[in-house]
Ligand binder design. Structure first.
Ligand code: KIV
Length: 280
């Protein structure tokens, strides 16, 4: 370096290593919590990945927050593939998991493997997520056999809402609590690399977390899960009409957006937009 050359101190961002299914298991072993959120489009996925999220889920919650439906049941395989393909383009580091829609893995093993294969091949996802315990164990075994990592989902599984009849907390009675615990062990033995626990008592989630070696990712399942997941639109305060107590709102995008829209409308009406510097 020449004597009169200013010294440039470069701040080099340490490269984050790609998160894999194995990383999550190691994180559990080290006691490092796993952060997970959902994405359905390119920009949101990019913000999440750049912020350093560990897991991005293309959830079938897109049926609610993107399509405006009352349940997740109407989401099709083609629709989830469409969104996952878009999200894939933005995700460099996070583990990308894609939800298997209702009835895409229920008919028989052959169809389940074929549909999961479509998700993996067409989207470039790292793994799939499916709901249920013992009843999906055979599907999980087959997926793992052909090289498709599977994440389980127990507790309040939204695809079973018509059986539950309500979105109340699951596993509050001892029989159902025992079944959830048993299901978690079954999913681990079948080959799942992680399991989501949705809306179950914190004490039950703690028990489940201690009884399996794979990480548990909670949503409304208390602090002692190995990680936490929320629907991004809920935690950003975009879904005004939905506020269960397990959602912490980190922003109020609904209000911020409406205020911005009101200002824009006013500016247009009063010829305050565009100004000279915004014109050619
Ligand atoms: O569909 C989804 O977004 C989910 C999460 C809430 C776990 O399954």
């Amino acid at each position: 370096m020449a004597a009169n050359e200013p010294e440039v101190t470069k701040t080099v961002k340490p490269e984050r290593k790609k998160i894999t299914t194995k990383t999550l298991v190691t994180m559990k072993q080290r006691g490092e919590k796993i952060s997970a959120l959902t994405a359905y489009d390119f920009l949101m996925a990019r913000y999440l990945d750049e912020a350093g999220i560990d897991v991005i889920l293309v959830g079938d919650s897109l049926g609610n927050v993107i399509q405006g439906n009352a349940t997740t049941l109407t989401v099709t395989l083609d629709e989830i593939i469409y969104h996952a393909k878009i999200v894939r383009k933005a995700v460099k580091t996070a583990l990308l998991v894609v939800d298997l829609p209702f009835m895409s893995y229920h008919v028989d093993l052959k169809e389940a493997v074929k549909n999961c294969g479509r998700v993996m091949k067409e989207t470039g996802a790292d793994a799939v997520k499916l709901e249920g315990g013992e009843r999906i164990a055979e599907v999980v075994k087959h997926l793992v056999k052909v090289g498709i990592p599977a994440m389980g989902h127990l507790g309040l599984t939204p695809q079973s809402i018509n059986i539950f009849g309500t979105y109340v907390t699951r596993g509050t009675d001892p029989k159902e609590a025992r079944q959830i615990q048993k299901d978690a062990v079954t999913l681990e033995h079948a080959g799942c690399f992680a399991v989501v626990l949705e809306k179950i008592p914190a004490a039950l989630a703690t028990k489940v977390t201690k009884s399996v070696r794979i990480p548990t990712i909670g949503i409304g399942a208390g602090i002692h899960c190995d990680g936490q997941i929320l629907v991004t639109h809920d935690m950003l305060g975009m879904t005004e009409m939905f506020h269960p107590r397990f959602v912490r709102k980190y922003l109020n995008i609904a209000e911020l957006s409406k205020n911005a829209f009101r200002k824009y409308i006013k500016d247009v009406k009063h010829e305050k937009f565009p100004n000279k510097s915004e014109s050619y």
